[in-house]
Unconditional design. Structure first.
Lengths: 742, 165
């Protein structure tokens, strides 16, 4: 590192003296940045990968390549990042070639998660692109003997006042030194935007609607074999006997792979592998044990797991005086699944002691570390290339399928191995969003405002992502097994199980506690919005009841407890667009309102909606949804709308239909019949998404803002329609009928 | 024994077990990406194709059952360079997030509009009832199929099925 260090300083010196530019390619990390500890923190992910050429490269032909450590998950981030780079480099979006998460090429940006791609990668690319544009202009000015501000940028050329011009390619050719980003960038102001802030058609959609190669599932390689894994029928089951003879006699079989309790079969053709998997499963005997809480009710079970309590927030004197009007309630959220429409898939190739895995993981770098550990390989011999899969909505089976493919590829060097999970495997083995229990006691003061707020939540961790090899199913099953890593409670500003547990509302006396459950009898991990869904459901249901107790309108009641003008703005926008003050209910109909600022520091979202409740059947239909969102400066308004509509409908599905079921041993939600989700007949009549633009403000992220408010708004609308409040998710027909006691 | 399949207007002799589901032949033997494996159980619709103009679930349809019949996949509706009306509808409405379910939605929509060119919102919702989307793109999928219907009407003729030719 010392040698490197010296070179960097020399190059900076050269840059300063000669005005020379940048743009080779390096994956240099923090090392360079550390020599100047007094420097202000660089914006976004530049703080971790400060070299401009980690993000942007322009070759002699003028081809512009932009690198991001984030991955396209169907959220449209590819298109938005292209827009940002095109805006700051003053080129057409079609000129940008974007390379996404690949340990062989891109910066390490950890996971594509938590609605942070725009803040982290978008901010880094925007600043890097603006600085590259400035360096290009300085170089052009020097060579054209003019001033940088006299240059006009268009069509990848910089033209001086005398009409002479230089192309980006010509300029870049002489600029091959890595340059560290500066803390401040000459960002293009909002008023001059040509590409950002406007809808741009998603670059990935044409291939997706015409049968182009769009997914890891579509990879086909010479000599590729198809593999299927036989998973244990329940967590922790041990493989005690196996007769491989029948399978080995089947046509097209390449290998049966067994490593401890890990069992798989590879075949030349895909349906041969499927058939072989079934025969192999029938020939395997497993020893199972009863580890699941099937016969216990959820609150009792969750409370029995409590080992540790952490304070999430505290203010004033939280204990509620005895002579106060108090609302008390208990809410539950069951285990819920990601339920990707395409089961997890990966392709792996072991060649010359180096492994390549094409995977739809959310984190190529952390997953590489886990797979390398599992196989006892040095990480630099393992390359993970993100290749899009079906939408994941958090930590689903992606990392496990990658590990499966890697473990099988190790046994079949030289042959690409494609592993695809079956539907029942995805349903039964993905890590679920954790079940949660929350309890609230909130009091009103004589002024009709909230005086006390006591909130307790019981939850596992919401992230068991890699991590080490023990976070991978294959790693847990191998003969040399890696045990799951113990979970620890961490209370951070972004939150985990406690995400959004602390109300944004002004409350003088409050206490928010996380009763942490370290044991995970059912495998859990990150599901879109983590704890925010259950916490916002609980908080916003409570706000509704407190407004009733205070005899106040629920919208006005919320506004009375908020100091943040951006929060107030989305609430007013949603209420106005819904025509909240003029609402007249139809028979059987009710309206509900909810608000949250995601993580209490990201996007603001408010929502009003109507539901119709059929008392006889318990059927609930959400009819009209009106939403307002502020996720900072807009890059692609249609992208924000698409993500918000999606968040609303996914949360509607969680709220009305979804819960993972199990008996004492096994998960029994194993397909779409046993784990029903939203269907078209229950899709609302309309969903409006109104965006509050915040020019020149930081990006706040969009993808997880709607989940919490949707669940709460539905609950509040049911309460409005029926007079009955529902506390336990999901609001199935049986539960609704029981609550209405028809 | 080989089975003769007619896919997107082209004839293929397939050397596979007659009980092989059509999906595996489309994806494996013919290298067509459009039809997707979603459940293998006929529950989600990601694998939907058209057989003689009717929507069919290719993951549970053995190839023997469709021998000689006109099979259309999303590749048969147009190309990225020259998209057909259904594909244009989905592009114009930006009706995809991850997009994994979308080809199945399009084939279901295509079959509906071929049978009922003036299908209303209710008819479209009914037709899509067995197709699952997890990203929550439903509103746009409905709009895209409406838009495809308009484009087909504007094209003057009844919607054609290029794959059936």
């Amino acid at each position: 590192m010392d040698g490197h260090h010296e070179i960097a300083l020399t190059r900076r010196h050269l840059l300063a003296s000669a005005g020379a530019l940048v743009v080779g390619f390096s994956l240099a990390g923090r090392g360079f940045a550390q020599d100047n500890t007094a420097a202000p923190k660089l914006p976004g992910s530049l703080a971790d990968s400060p070299m401009l050429d980690s993000w942007i490269r322009i070759d002699g032909e003028g081809v512009i390549t932009v690198f991001t450590g984030k991955a396209e998950l169907g959220q449209g981030v590819r298109t938005a990042l292209i827009q940002i780079a095109a805006e700051e480099l003053a080129v057409d979006p079609a000129e940008i070639r974007l390379v996404t998460a690949d340990t062989g090429q891109t910066p390490d940006e950890g996971y594509t998660a938590g609605s942070q791609s725009m803040q982290n990668s978008g901010t880094a690319i925007r600043n890097a692109a603006a600085q590259v544009r400035e360096l290009l202009a300085e170089e052009a000015a020097r060579r054209l003997n003019t001033a940088p501000d006299q240059l006009r940028a268009e069509q990848k050329k910089l033209t001086g006042p005398d009409g002479h011009s230089l192309t980006y390619g010509e300029l870049a050719e002489s600029m091959d030194l890595p340059v560290e980003a500066a803390p401040a960038s000459p960002l293009t102001p909002h008023a001059r935007f040509k590409v950002m802030g406007k809808p741009l058609q998603r670059v990935d959609i044409p291939a997706k609607v015409t049968g182009g190669r769009a997914y890891v599932q579509d990879l086909r390689m010479d000599g590729m074999v198809h593999a299927r894994v036989v998973r244990p029928p329940s967590a922790g089951a041990r493989l005690v006997a196996l007769d491989e003879s029948k399978v080995k006699a089947m046509p097209g079989i390449v290998a049966v792979i067994r490593d401890g309790d890990f069992l798989a079969v590879a075949a030349e053709r895909e349906f041969q592998a499927v058939n072989a998997m079934r025969i192999l499963a029938a020939a395997a005997q497993w020893q199972e044990s009863a580890t699941l809480p099937a016969r216990q009710d959820l609150p009792t079970f969750l409370k029995s797991l409590e080992r540790q309590v952490g304070t999430v927030a505290q203010a004033g004197t939280p204990d509620i005086p005895s002579d106060t009007k108090v609302f008390r309630a208990r809410f539950t959220r069951p285990y819920q699944m990601h339920g990707s429409i395409g089961p997890s898939c990966a392709v792996a190739l072991m060649q010359d002691d180096a492994l390549t895995v094409w995977t739809h993981t959310q984190g190529v770098y952390p997953d590489r570390k886990a797979i390398a550990e599992m196989l006892g390989m040095p990480p630099e011999k393992v390359r993970l290339i993100h290749t899009e899969g079906s939408g994941c909505y958090g930590h689903n089976g992606a990392d496990d399928a990658g590990a499966d493919a890697a473990l099988i590829a190790k046994a079949l060097p030289g042959r690409p191995v494609r592993v695809q999970w079956m539907r029942e495997q995805e349903h039964a083995n993905e890590p679920y969003g954790p079940a949660m229990l929350t309890e609230i006691a909130a009091a009103l003061g004589p002024d009709g405002k909230i005086s006390h707020w006591n909130y307790d939540l019981w939850s596992n961790t919401h992230s068991t992502r890699p991590g080490g090899a023990g976070s991978l199913l294959a790693g847990r099953s191998m003969a040399k097994a890696y045990p799951p890593e113990p979970a620890e409670m961490e209370i951070t500003p972004s939150g985990n199980g406690d995400r959004n547990a602390d109300p944004l509302y002004t409350v003088p006396n409050k206490r928010v506690l996380w009763h942490f459950l370290p044991d995970m009898p059912i495998r859990v991990s990150a599901l879109r919005s983590l704890g925010a869904y259950a916490n916002v459901f609980s908080l916003e249901s409570t706000m509704d009841e407190l407004a009733r107790m205070a005899g106040a309108d629920p919208v006005e009641f919320r506004l009375k407890h908020l100091d943040d003008p951006r929060a107030a703005a989305v609430i007013r926008e949603a209420a106005d667009r819904f025509a909240w003050s003029r609402y007249q209910p139809a028979p059987g109909q009710g309206r509900g309102f909810a608000f949250a600022r995601y993580k209490n520091h990201a996007a603001y979202l408010a929502m009003a909606l109507t539901v119709r409740v059929e008392r006889e059947t318990g059927h609930i239909r959400v009819e009209r949804v009106v939403t307002a969102i502020d996720s900072g400066e807009i890059v692609n308004p249609d992208g924000i709308r698409n993500q918000t509509e999606g968040g609303i409908l996914q949360s509607l599905s969680w709220t009305l239909y979804e819960q993972v079921t199990f008996d004492e041993r096994r998960i029994t939600s194993i397909d779409w019949a046993t784990y029903p989700i939203l269907r078209f007949s229950s899709v609302p009549d309309s969903i409006e998404v109104h965006i509050v633009d915040r020019p020149d403000q930081p990006f706040l992220g969009t993808g997880e803002a709607a989940q919490g408010p949707t669940g709460a708004a539905i609950a509040n609308a049911i309460r409005d329609a029926t007079g009955v409040r529902l506390y336990d998710l999901p609001f199935t027909r049986d539960r609704v009928k029981a609550a209405l006691a028809v | 024994m080989s089975i003769h399949l007619k896919v997107n207007g082209r004839d293929h002799a397939i050397d596979s077990d007659p009980d092989t589901p059509l999906l595996y032949v489309l994806r494996g033997d013919l290298a067509l990406n459009g039809a997707k494996f979603g459940c293998g159980l006929g529950q989600c619709g990601a694998c939907t194709v058209m057989v003689d103009g009717k929507a069919a679930l290719s993951c549970v349809t053995p190839i023997l059952a469709v021998e000689g019949r006109a099979i259309t996949t999303v590749e048969g509706l147009g190309t990225a360079e020259n998209p057909g009306p259904m594909q244009r509808g989905f592009i114009e409405m930006q009706a995809a997030q991850c997009g994994y379910c979308i080809a199945g939605m399009m084939m279901r929509g295509q079959a509906l509009l071929q049978e009922n060119p003036k299908a209303d919102d209710r008819a479209i919702r009914e037709a899509l009832q067995f197709n699952l989307c997890r990203c929550g793109t439903h509103m746009r999928i409905l709009q895209a199929i409406h838009r495809a219907g308009e484009l087909m009407q504007q094209a003057g003729a009844a919607p054609s099925n290029p794959g059936a030719g």
